[in-house]
Design a protein around this ligand. Structure first.
Ligand code: C5P
Length: 224
């Protein structure tokens, strides 16, 4: 069977990663969470006090950053490592969510991440989720999905996810963070978040995870 690239883009917390993970498992594909890569860069920049307005500092820091994914059989998921250290839990914290979009605006950061993502998906057989996969990373992806959901639903889902990680965050704070990130992500100059012309729109406001997965798999069937 032909191996393809499935690009899942969309707004923050509308179920992209949950859907992408399950679709990848169903097809035996690799799943790549590109948001985790931008979060890992943000963690490095914050801990090393990298100035976002100094391209040399940014490039020097990027040269020192190695981001990899490793499968953890205990929790049955891919986890992100920054320079050999498991940072999966750290990068999901609110202080990273509050800074990640500012870091993701930086041109040098985007170029480095996009190049690495293209390498990771070169052999195809991947499901990649993010903001610019169908428009910049793999404009030739065989299946493109653009996900959205109303902001209250997204905030509640995000709060539940954080609670599972023992982080109790106020709903208004989460909502504010989502809206702020959506605004920065969709108005930046370099590869902004937008729906590719050939992407299927998937509004998950009133859908279960199973229905979302089925929607994507239905689009895939005709392309493999
Ligand atoms: O997917 P997640 O919500 O973890 O992404 C965190 C942030 O990383 C986004 O809000 C966005 O600023 C950035 N991002 C990006 N391009 C991607 C994936 C994520 O700019 N492909």
């Amino acid at each position: 069977m032909k191996k393809i690239v499935i690009a899942i883009d969309g707004y923050s917390s509308c179920g992209k990663s949950t859907t992408a993970k399950l679709v990848a498992a169903e097809l035996g594909y690799a799943y790549i969470d590109t948001g985790a890569m931008y979060r890992a860069v943000t963690l490095y920049f914050l801990t090393h006090h990298v100035s976002l307005t100094n391209p040399k500092e940014v490039n020097d820091a990027l040269d020192k950053i190695d981001i990899t994914f490793h499968y953890n059989p205990k929790v049955k998921r891919n986890e992100v490592f920054l320079n050999g250290l498991n940072v999966e839990d750290e990068i999901r914290k609110m202080y990273i969510s509050n800074q990640v979009s500012e870091v993701s605006v930086v041109k040098e950061v985007r170029h480095a991440m996009v190049a690495q993502q293209q390498k990771m998906g070169k052999k195809r057989g991947v499901v990649m989720d993010g903001r610019d996969i169908g428009t910049a990373v793999f404009p030739d992806a065989e299946v493109k999905i653009f996900m959205t959901a109303d902001v209250d639903t997204r905030a509640r889902r995000r709060q539940d996810e954080l609670l599972e990680k023992k982080q109790l965050i106020n709903l208004d704070e989460i909502k504010e963070n989502l809206l702020k990130r959506d605004l920065i992500d969709s108005t930046r100059q370099e590869s902004p978040l937008r729906r590719a012309d050939d992407a299927f729109l998937l509004d998950t406001s009133h859908m279960t995870i199973d229905e979302q997965v089925e929607f994507v798999l239905n689009k895939v069937t005709s392309r493999i």
